[in-house]
Design a binder for this molecule. Structure first.
Ligand code: 5AD
Ligand code: SF4
Length: 450
């Protein structure tokens, strides 16, 4: 009899990719993916450890699951609960102490062993914890990608990080920086395109550090990889995330100039505009260095729209430092951004630094920063009104007869279109801008084409 697995992912897009690969691993064991948590035979919380709230959400979700598991105990549909992802990696056995009803704990580097863990669970009858960093390449062990969820797919090409920004847990939870070799990446991209992907987003914690081995010797940069991917028939859009400013090289800049499939949108986290804070964060760029990289990218691709990450209230951040961040934001201009209050992560150097900033100061700075970022986002969305742009429509809208897609600049675009256009790139005319999305009309000529 087939069983069902529900995976709930928190945090970054890499977790979304990992979740789909977990489904691929579990399918041959008889598990089908279920949309709802209720009634699933196996529930996996694919967790994020980047900020405090993310981990707390996991524990409150576990509290809810505990009740359902208890209610199903002794029935013919018992429930298994697994915690994967970065909280699992960081906390390991601790999770079982705080939530003893959990059956499996595994890290981001061991999910290819889920079948083994499930068999161990059945034979031993007690919880299994696997948070090693195995020497074998996880990707070699995974089955080929299964069904796609829409026309836009993720593809992990690089994992881990060696940068050790002083606020960040990633180097501890995801491990050392690693690039997948070129061949399996190209193979996976062809497979995804064959299954209907029109857009692929290359993923890595530090994706522009990519240096994948090539079978003919040597290593390829991300720029070189993007050029090769652009040759794949049917693959019309390429994106990549997340990038590290100090590692943007000439190859990547040239790809933005030369490869039309590479979308003119880049998420390039800066974190702060103060050189003093950037140094304390162990970022290997200054504010000026960041602006220089942006200028070179914009010279190559004048349409480039930028997104970023910011942290306010890092230990030692003064009003003056914060003003430097505001100045950088005004200077560079972002079409979208994520901003956070600094959250001390146990075991990271910044958590033990002097000069921790009071919550109310962090909140006030975050508010001021987000006001400016929102203003910039709205201003950019408004400049799009009256422009024609190609939109990849990949999900149904809220209303019957409506589809939602992405502009080249990652904006959500709503249009009145029949479901037959799902997975299609359609040229539309933007007629209205909202703070978080655009709406568009389709000319009758376009309608006639499909
Ligand atoms: N506190 C607040 N924000 C953080 N980020 C990473 N670690 C922390 C932390 N300890 C943010 C950074 C990063 C994004 C993914 O999350 O801005 O780019
Ligand atoms: Fe974390 Fe810095 Fe690595 Fe990004 S570059 S994953 S912020 S340590």
């Amino acid at each position: 009899m087939r069983k069902s697995v529900h995976i709930k992912s928190y945090g970054c897009q890499m977790n979304v990719y990992d979740a789909s690969r977990m489904e691929d691993v579990l399918s041959p064991m008889g598990y089908d993916a279920a949309d709802a948590m209720e009634g699933a035979d196996l529930v996996i919380l694919n967790t994020c450890h980047i900020r405090e709230k993310a981990a707390e959400k996991v524990y409150s979700e576990l509290g809810r699951l505990r009740r359902e598991k208890a209610a199903r105990k002794g029935t013919d549909r018992p429930m298994r609960i697994a915690v994967g992802g970065c909280v699992a990696q960081a906390e390991g056995e601790e999770i079982l102490k705080r939530a003893p009803f959990v059956d499996l704990v595994f890290g981001p580097q061991t999910y290819h062993r889920l079948p083994l863990m499930l068999r161990q669970l059945e034979s031993r009858g007690r919880a299994v914890v696997d948070t090693e960093f195995p020497a074998d390449d996880k990707f070699d062990q995974l089955p080929p990608a299964g069904e796609l969820d829409g026309a836009s797919a993720f593809l992990t090409v690089q994992e881990g990080c060696d940068k050790f920004c002083t606020f960040c847990v990633v180097p501890y939870t995801r491990g050392a920086e690693f690039s997948r070799p070129v061949d399996p990446v190209l193979r996976e991209a062809r497979l995804l395109t064959g299954k209907g992907a029109r857009e692929i987003t290359l993923l890595g914690q530090n994706v522009n550090a990519y240096h994948g081995a090539h079978p003919e010797g040597g290593e390829w940069t991300l720029g070189r990889l993007i050029r090769a991917l652009a040759e794949i028939d049917g693959l019309e859009r390429i994106r990549y995330t997340t990038s590290y400013p100090a590692e943007v090289d000439e190859d990547l800049i040239a790809a933005h100039r030369d490869v039309p499939e590479l979308m003119p949108f880049l998420h390039l986290p800066v974190q702060s505009g103060s050189d003093k804070v950037l140094k304390a964060m162990n970022r290997r760029h200054t504010a000026g260095g960041y602006k220089d990289v942006v200028a070179r990218l914009r010279a190559a691709q004048p349409d480039l729209a930028l997104s970023s990450d910011f942290i306010v209230g890092f230990p030692g951040e003064t009003d003056r430092d914060f003003e430097d961040t505001m100045a950088l934001v005004r200077d560079v201009g972002f079409v979208q951004a994520y901003s956070f209050k600094y959250s001390p992560r146990p075991g990271t150097p910044a958590a033990d630094m002097g000069g921790q900033i009071p919550e109310d100061v962090k909140s006030a700075r975050l508010h001021e920063l987000q006001d400016e970022l929102n203003r910039q986002q709205i201003a950019f969305n408004e400049t799009c009104v009256g422009r024609e742009m190609p939109v990849l429509f990949d999900r149904p809208g809220g209303r019957e007869g409506q589809l939602v897609g992405r502009s080249p600049f990652m904006q959500a675009v709503h249009a009145e279109l029949s479901a037959g256009y799902l997975g299609e790139i359609v040229n539309v005319m933007i007629d209205r801008a909202k703070p978080n999305s655009l709406s568009a009309v389709v000319s009758s000529k376009q309608e006639a084409v499909a």
